[in-house]
Design a protein around this ligand. Structure first.
Ligand SMILES: CCCCCCCCCC(=O)SCCNC(=O)CCNC(=O)[C@H](O)C(C)(C)COP(=O)(O)OP(=O)(O)OC[C@H]1O[C@@H](n2cnc3c(N)ncnc32)[C@H](O)[C@@H]1OP(=O)(O)O
Length: 189
């Protein structure tokens, strides 16, 4: 994990300018959406396209919900992360305040989807963004909108200033495999 100072110093560099079509740098190497060093991550590859961003993405078995169908949370993760590239183009850091996803059709494991996002409007610190997820027949399977709020770059230091943190936090006692499956349900019953 890069230390917070390095991450903050890189913000301006990562924010561009980026030419149309350019591959955009990941938020950081262990980011769940786009970090290449996160073994649980989506490894999203995001390009600038005009005033928006685009990624072609294949969800895999790690992201399954119902058999063969991508978990809705995984879809939301990728959408949120893609939205998180728009601040590079806006030129100021911003974080998600509200995220809405309309799941129109099942998103399937092992299928390539094109995900496109753009800024729809701005109002003071509010950046309104929207995205579509389409299959290669150009059928829209999900749409999303979000409200991002611009922050100063120190926001990340204030709230996440752990440098060199363990990538695998210790498992809390409550979550360990105790062989007592079903106990919670019994207690509730
Ligand atoms: C190093 C770079 C790394 C980047 C990684 C990107 C990863 C992908 C994106 C993410 O996942 S970001 C992580 C998830 N999001 C967060 O952790 C944010 C948590 N929330 C906060 O930290 C604060 O709530 C936040 C900084 C967003 C806002 O707090 P503030 O106290 O600064 O602002 P405030 O609550 O006053 O809201 C600002 C304005 O937005 C308005 N607002 C809030 N929610 C709204 C909403 N839902 N719709 C419309 N407007 C809204 C609010 O009314 C207000 O309007 P006015 O300025 O006109 O008064």
């Amino acid at each position: 994990m890069p230390d917070m100072g390095t991450m903050l110093a890189h913000w301006a560099e990562r924010a561009g300018p980026h030419s149309d079509g350019a591959l955009l740098p990941p938020h950081h190497e262990r980011c769940l959406g786009c970090g290449l060093d996160n073994p649980h991550g989506h490894h999203l590859q995001v390009h600038r396209r005009g005033d928006g961003v685009v990624a072609d993405h294949v969800f895999d078995e790690r992201h399954v919900g119902a058999p063969g169908v991508v978990h809705g949370g995984a879809v939301a993760t990728v959408l949120d992360d893609l939205f998180g590239f728009l601040p590079y183009l806006v030129g100021t850091p911003a974080v998600t305040r509200q995220l809405t996803v309309d799941y129109l059709s099942p998103v399937l494991v092992g299928v390539s989807y094109r995900i496109e996002a753009t800024v729809t409007s701005r109002e003071d610190r509010k950046v309104f963004v929207a995205a579509t997820v389409s299959d290669f027949d150009e059928r829209t399977v999900a749409t999303s909108s979000a409200v991002f709020i611009t922050v100063d770059v120190e926001h990340f230091a204030r709230h996440g200033g752990v440098s060199g943190g363990s990538p695998t936090p210790p498992v809390a006692d409550d979550h360990r495999d105790t062989g007592r499956e079903g106990e919670m349900g019994q207690q509730r019953g």
